[in-house]
Design a protein around this ligand. Structure first.
Ligand SMILES: [Zn+2]
Length: 221
């Protein structure tokens, strides 16, 4: 028996005769449509951070007219990312044929999980403002809040059988997204440092003051 076990080659995907082996029939977005889409997406992300205590990620889905917004989503958990949630919602409500002419827009390059969901939902076009590489720089290595992967969406899509069109990063929106998102990551890093150093006040239920807590401790002792 050979000690060296031969590794099977990757399953090679060759363009098939499927109608999804070619890019969407839909024409690309005009610069004005791109600006409008990114502005909406960044506004959504900023509202998510300031009003809803969400992390700085947002995604939306444009109809084939490249202007109407069909769905929007924020990042709601570590496994429910904005882009994947939009793609799932879209796949429930619309046919694959229709979605092939739709465009998913996101502030950040979708991770491997989200890119896979976009692929399976059959959304034909993906546009993002800032790259995964920039996100990694922003979050920093070993950041448990977001253990950013190093697997560009194009690498994921290259292994598929569909010609999903990708545009990104896009200037000047990448800089804007990095700047806006950076505020949250900086604040989060400072807060984490405080937690680690123990200088943070204990979290109290809003109905209880520190004095209330102290009196109950006194009573217990
Ligand atoms: Zn993701």
């Amino acid at each position: 028996m050979s000690a060296m076990r031969k590794q099977p080659p990757f399953f090679t995907t060759t363009p098939s005769s499927s109608s999804y082996s070619l890019p969407p029939f839909n024409t690309p977005l005009t610069p004005a449509q791109l600006d409008a889409a990114f502005q909406k997406c960044l506004d959504l992300q900023n509202a998510g951070v300031t009003l809803h205590s969400k992390r700085p990620f947002a995604a939306l889905l444009l109809a084939p007219d490249k202007t109407s917004v069909l769905f929007t989503h924020l990042s709601i958990s570590h496994v429910q990312h904005a882009e994947a949630e939009v793609a799932r919602l879209a796949s429930i409500h619309y046919s694959q044929e229709y979605l092939w002419d739709c465009t998913l827009v996101s502030t950040w390059e979708p991770c491997a999980m989200c890119t896979g969901t976009i692929y399976w939902a059959n959304i034909g076009r993906l546009i993002y403002a800032a790259s995964e590489e920039e996100l990694n720089k922003l979050t920093g290595a070993g950041n448990e809040e977001n253990m950013t992967m190093s697997l560009p969406c194009r690498e994921v899509l290259k292994r598929g059988q569909k010609a999903v069109e990708v545009l990104g990063p896009v200037k000047p929106w990448d800089d804007r997204v990095i700047r806006e998102s950076g505020k949250w990551w900086k604040k989060h890093a400072v807060q984490k440092e405080k937690d680690v150093n123990g200088s943070r006040e204990p979290e109290l239920d809003s109905d209880y003051s520190a004095a209330d807590l102290q009196s109950s401790i006194d009573w217990l002792s």
